[in-house]
Design a binder for this molecule. Sequence first.
Ligand code: AMP
Ligand code: TRP
Length: 326
Amino acid sequence: MITFSGVQPSGIITIGNYLGAIQNFNPNSSKENNLYCIVNLHALTSNPDPLLFKEQTKSLLALYIALGIDQHSTIFIQSQVKEHTELAWILQTLVKMGELERMTQYKDKSNNNKENANAGLFTYPVLMAADILLYNSETIPVGQDQLQHIELARTLATRFNNKYQEIFKLPVAKLNKKGAKIYSLNDPLKKMSKSDPNPKSYISILDDLKTITKKIKSSTTDSLGEINYDIENQPGISNLLTIYSLCKNITIDQTIEFFKDQKYSFLKENLIEAIWQILEPIQDKYYQIIDNQKIIDQVLKDGQKIAKQKAEIQMKKVNKVVGLYD
Ligand code: AMP
Ligand code: TRP
């Protein structure tokens, strides 16, 4: 059973990425069955500066290694396995414009402004479907925002299988129940995002203790003065409770029990400590790895080899049933 997921190198990942998706990457399997892709072609849809883009890609790779993901998984870069774009093109001939127009991420990212949005942003979910189907992936650990895209990947797999031949398996999203969505610190109705222009809205996985302290202390709460898990009426406090429970690996009930009758400042102080407990060892490792080009190159080489081998086999089958000269 193949597990597959992708993260865009569009900035340093946040604790939202980490607690919502990456922490859920399956450590109990083999390198052959766990594939984690750095989806730089997807990130290109935001037109990054080339030098910065390359740095961010390397940084994400170093973070994966710091998190130990390379020990049990294949890590690779999307643009180094050309079959992703090859399959995406074939799937583009099966997807309907209407289906893509209904994708909420496209609507959000384009601000409903078709004149200015690039076409890559529009066809983004098709490339994502190709990422997944290229490896016959069955389990996709992601945050809640990706569910619609995975549904589309299932639709396209079914459509392809019915039209040509039963080649693709149908992928299933795997949500981390509590951390499926971590919200912005200064606007707790919005998703925490690494591409948010306001850095106060997120905790980056590389933020130092001083920065984390400032950001958590200034995070939005409410004037009720009572610690409850109530997403509707106290979204800010509920979000902080969620983050705490995930950092400490305890339930929301246990978290509430601990903070009941306490002040908001007590919650914030404890949260800062809990976050730092998680991030400090990750950062120590990251700074060792980012300067070690040899380790980075080796992980990439190994990853590309495993991914490419699988992708070539799948594309041969696909091209054959579609009737393409290969
Ligand atoms: P992205 O940052 O868009 O490349 O997302 C990478 C992965 O992290 C995806 O599986 C997202 O669903 C997940 N993710 C991103 N932001 C959050 C968040 N605020 N809460 C939970 N999961 C998230
Ligand atoms: N679209 C995903 C995001 O923005 C990233 C992604 C690309 C992905 N390809 C994927 C996630 C394949 C899971 C599987 O977060």
